[in-house]
Design a protein around this ligand. Structure first.
Ligand code: SAM
Length: 282
């Protein structure tokens, strides 16, 4: 392995473990030890991580509420040639965590921003879910209130890609009940809970069965979790009005083969089922 050294004037986006401290990388330790300052969400939380790895370094708090003020200060330090690391409480910064405004600001100034990759709950969950990963949609946190949550889910009813959500502890049962209501009781869902920790659980079933499972064992409602929802799979016999409308629009612009292929890709329906409809629409 080459010697790891930090470059002056660079902002490093450093991933930290999501539970198991063994998941920190050698590069993360080296960068966190060598940079001039570490920007973090909660200085006390990050200090604990740093002391675990015997890293003695300065921290600077940067969270959702002061990111815009901090970005100018951090930008100035970088322009002076200082090297800075950004970490979040756990996992990869910017992924449902602060840092987006800072990274955009630095990139707009032409400053170097470099990733130190590592744990991310969404990707870890996806890697064990057993659902298609060739295309997926990261949806972050669903709204806390049921009405808004149901509205968000309604907009995803026909989403054919695997969907990845973060959920707050103890909210999962209400979320899964809303999934039953909006996406249907048979929609397949994977719960990835407490990943990399002692009580790691990866459990999958239909949304309906998951409600029962969570009610039977309330321990499963505790801790951190990622929900992965299977994308919408239209039954060849159940072509919705939206699918037909899209197909019709595309048929007016292109050949049936292409129109069917694009519609099939958008809605996850079988191409063959669409050819018959395309013929009848001609
Ligand atoms: N930036 C982080 C990342 O890269 O995963 C995510 C931060 S977000 C504020 C926290 C959410 O991530 C939790 O509410 C939970 O949904 C998910 N999460 C974090 N750690 C987890 C773990 N060990 N197991 C399952 N989900 C986790």
């Amino acid at each position: 392995m080459n010697e790891i050294t930090v470059t002056p004037g660079t902002l490093y986006i450093v991933a930290t473990p999501i539970g198991n401290l063994g998941d920190i990388s050698a590069r993360a330790i080296a960068v966190l030890s060598q940079v001039d300052i570490i920007a973090c969400e909660d200085t006390r939380h990050t200090q604990k991580l740093l002391s675990t790895f015997a890293i003695k370094n300065k921290t600077l708090s940067m969270h959702d509420h002061n990111e815009r003020q901090r970005q100018e200060y951090i930008g100035r330090l970088l322009q002076e040639g200082k090297s800075i690391a950004l970490v979040s409480d756990a996992g990869t910064p910017l992924i449902s965590d602060p840092g987006f405004h800072l990274v955009r600001y630095c990139r707009n100034l032409g400053l170097a921003v470099s990733p130190i990759p590592g744990a991310c709950a969404a990707i870890s969950a996806l890697s064990v879910a057993g659902l298609p990963t060739d295309r997926f949609s990261f949806e972050g946190f669903l709204p806390a209130k049921s009405g808004a949550r149901q509205a968000t889910l309604s907009a995803l009813v026909n989403e054919p890609r695997t969907m990845v959500f973060y959920d707050a502890p103890r909210r999962a049962i209400d979320t899964i009940k809303d999934i039953v209501k909006i996406l249907g009781s048979e929609r397949y869902v994977v719960i990835a809970r407490e990943l990399t920790k002692t009580f790691e659980t990866i459990h999958s079933d239909t949304a309906n069965n998951l409600v029962y499972w969570l009610e039977q064992d309330t321990n499963q409602q505790k801790g951190e979790m990622v929900l992965i929802i299977e994308g919408f799979k239209a039954n060849a016999d159940e072509i919705s009005a939206d699918v037909v409308k899209t197909l019709k629009l595309l048929l007016s612009e292109m050949k049936p083969k292409k129109a069917c292929a694009i519609t099939a890709e958008i809605y996850g329906v079988k191409k063959n089922a669409l050819y018959d409809i395309a013929l009848s629409l001609k």
